[in-house]
Design a protein around this ligand. Structure first.
Ligand code: GCV
Length: 685
């Protein structure tokens, strides 16, 4: 069943207009049960809006759109349905599977086929992307299946407002849509609308609380399980399973056991019984997410056990019910001494996890951040992703823009994610997308809150959209995804100047991640942000701190020596060719040079510029690009919704202020350190 759309929130990529092509047809839905009710309700809603009709029996006037579950098709359907079924047999190359679907057009009828209800739901949303194109010239059946089995969003939402991190840790879009000041929110329409948006981009799993599990949140597993069950009820009609972040110390903090040792019998029995109770209440519960021995969270190290022992404990409890545990590989020493040059945070996940390959149960998914540090604007791909062929790996992205402008800056991240997903490990190696597809899928931290535009910055909706679509099909091109998102969200054909609208949004967004990179920390060195807040420049903010995020700038040069020859040896965690490519400053790609090497300011990049001149040039260019974006956006007055225009204008003003601050601080800092003037004589302050 679909709930009425909430009126206090932007429709994002599902405005009524997106359903015009479907809703103006005579539709026949064949099949019953489960998600089919959602499909029927969606089609009914579209038809009520746009004048079409829906029926569930073959008898009646000829339909122009048929949505059919293949096993439910009997005799008596329209001839076009039989034709679509016949050509599906040749085109499908095997079953469509639990979530796949096929689209065909025969004569004047468009046919959507699926083996199972979820496929019909995903296919319906595909039709919104196609619009009238789906009803044009005939085409033979084309099958679609997701590349990743699990496509998941993690919410870092707290139930209680955390004194430092607030209601949503690293949230930049207001409060949580699930929780408010210790209680579940009662306005469930927002959650249902969110589920619908997520299903439309193919997301099928959501974690409803922060991986940093505090006292109240720990209780969601037991005495507050009803709160989780109520959220599961909202997500279920859209094919999304709910997962829960749990604390490894749960047996101690919730049940008063003397230990949480993963090899202790009483601890094992407690997890088994607790998990049984979870499934009794939420039969389609997805499983647990765990951040252990990381940034103060408890874990197996306290008991002299390793992370395979810890993860397998929970996996054994979940296995009888078909659940999985997402065990995060984000484990490092956050109490480092900056004087100690041997400890390298980038090495930590590999050092802890790679030796454990082969020891994890089948229902353990090791969830690894895509880079070795922490969602910086630019990092190399984490070597852990390819180091554990005997383990199911999920790759974690960050849709919430913690280090990429906090939804005050335009930063379309799909080009970055696409680069990571296509990254290959050498001639016979897999890609990042291939590892995730063969294992635990893709996970990302959501950027949504109770903001009227969902994401604070209205253009940040595109990141949520693109993440889901890339998890479904990592081959999709970022610019194509932006086309889809623009058509659905802004429906340019209804505006006074469709081409200007499309072109301007592309000009502002296509390269915005690289623009952001240009005016912030240079050449992959990372951080240089205000400690704690992670917004705005503070070049030495983390330089003498315990977090292990250093740049080592001095009067001669900058960067972290992670080579095997003279540095921390991190390059040795990569297989060939990357272990060689990254080892030498001569072969290391410019964009990650300072991640891997400490080089003199006069070092000449592959671009032909020196490092210092690159820093100056990119910082001037980055600001110029933001200035251009501000002007471009002005030209859209009257072409986009006034409230969206006003919000984006306000954000762009802040982006420009902040970009200038970055430019001036970074340029002044490196000028003062190096004494090298700008080749073009621009002011360096
Ligand atoms: C949820 C970074 C963030 C933390 C976050 C952590 C993680 O350190 O700053 O807020 O904690 O990553 O991914 O667990």
């Amino acid at each position: 069943m679909t709930a009425p759309a909430p009126t206090d929130v932007h429709p994002a990529w599902l405005p009524p207009e997106a359903f015009r092509a479907i809703g103006s047809r005579h539709c026949l839905v064949v099949g019953a049960a489960g998600l089919i009710d959602t499909v029927v309700a969606e089609v009914e809603r579209a038809c009520a809006e746009h004048g079409g009709s829906v029926r569930r029996k073959a008898e009646g006037p000829p339909p122009s759109l048929v949505l059919a579950l293949v096993p439910a098709v009997g005799d008596g359907g329209p001839a076009e349905l039989d034709a679509a079924l016949a050509d599906l047999e040749t085109a499908a190359g095997g079953p469509l599977g639990a979530e796949g679907y096929a689209l065909a057009r025969h004569g004047e009828v468009t046919v959507l086929l699926a083996d199972q209800p979820a496929g019909l739901l995903y296919g319906l949303f595909h039709l919104t992307r196609l619009g009238e194109t789906a009803f044009g010239a005939p085409y033979a059946a084309q099958p679609y299946r997701p590349a990743m089995r699990r496509r998941m969003l993690d919410h870092w939402d707290n139930v209680d407002v955390h004194p430092v991190m607030g209601q949503v840790e690293r949230g930049y879009a207001g409060g949580s849509i699930f929780w408010q000041a210790g209680q579940p929110r009662r306005d469930r329409g927002r959650v249902r609308a969110y589920a619908r948006l997520l299903a439309a981009v193919g997301i099928n799993a959501v974690t409803v609380n922060n991986v940093n599990v505090h006292a109240t949140e720990a209780r969601l597993l037991t005495e507050r399980l009803d709160d989780v069950a109520e959220l599961a009820d909202e997500f279920r009609p859209y094919g999304i399973r709910v997962h829960l972040s749990v604390t490894f110390a749960a047996p101690v903090v919730l049940a008063g056991l003397p230990t949480a040792d993963p090899l202790d019998d009483a601890v094992r029995a407690w997890w088994a019984e607790t998990t049984r109770a979870v499934y009794a209440r939420i039969p389609d519960f997805g499983g647990y997410v765990v951040k252990a021995d990381s940034e103060g969270q408890p874990g197996p190290f306290s008991y002299g056990r390793d992370h395979a022992d810890g993860a397998n404990l929970l996996a054994d409890a979940l296995a009888p019910h078909g659940g999985v545990v997402h065990w995060r590989a984000f484990v490092y020493n956050h109490r480092q001494d900056w004087r100690d040059r041997t400890t390298d945070r980038a090495r930590a996940a590999f050092d802890h996890f790679a030796p454990l390959d082969g020891r994890f149960r089948d229902n353990v998914i090791v969830q690894v951040k895509h880079g070795p540090m922490d969602f910086q604007t630019r990092e190399p791909v984490s070597p852990v992703i390819t180091a554990m062929p005997g383990t199911r790996m999920a790759v974690e992205f960050q849709v919430t823009q913690e280090y990429t402008g906090q939804q005050r800056h335009v930063c379309y991240l799909a080009p970055w994610w696409s680069e990571v997903l296509r990254f290959g490990w050498g001639d016979d190696g897999d890609t990042v997308a291939g590892v995730a597809a063969g294992g635990g899928g893709l996970v990302a931290v959501s950027n949504v809150g109770d903001d009227p535009f969902w994401t604070g910055h209205p253009l940040a909706q595109a990141n949520l959209y693109a993440f889901g679509r890339l998890a479904w099909d990592p081959r999709l091109r970022p610019a194509e995804l932006l086309d889809e998102w623009i058509e659905l969200t802004f429906h340019p054909d209804t505006s006074a100047d469709p081409d200007l609208l499309r072109r301007t949004l592309h000009e502002i967004m296509d390269d915005s991640w690289r623009t952001y990179e240009r005016y912030t920390a240079p050449l992959g060195v990372g951080f240089m942000v205000r400690p704690g807040l992670h917004y705005g420049p503070d070049v030495d903010g983390y330089e003498y701190s315990r977090w292990g995020t250093y740049h080592f700038a001095d009067r001669d040069g900058v960067g972290v020596d992670r080579s095997r020859a003279t540095g921390t040896g991190f390059t040795g965690q990569y297989p060939r060719p990357w272990s060689r490519v990254y080892e030498s400053p001569e072969t290391c790609p410019d964009e990650v040079l300072l991640f891997f090497h400490h080089v003199p300011y006069e070092h000449v990049l592959h671009s032909g510029r020196t490092v210092i001149q690159h820093i100056y040039d990119t910082h001037f260019d980055g600001v110029t690009e933001v200035e251009a974006a501000c002007l471009r956006w002005k030209s859209l007055v009257g072409l986009v919704d006034a409230a969206v225009h006003a919000r984006v204008t306000e954000r762009l003003d802040e982006q420009l202020r902040c970009a200038r601050e970055w430019r001036d601080q970074i340029n002044a800092y490196f000028h003062r350190k190096s004494g090298v003037p700008d080749a073009h004589g621009r002011p360096l302050h």
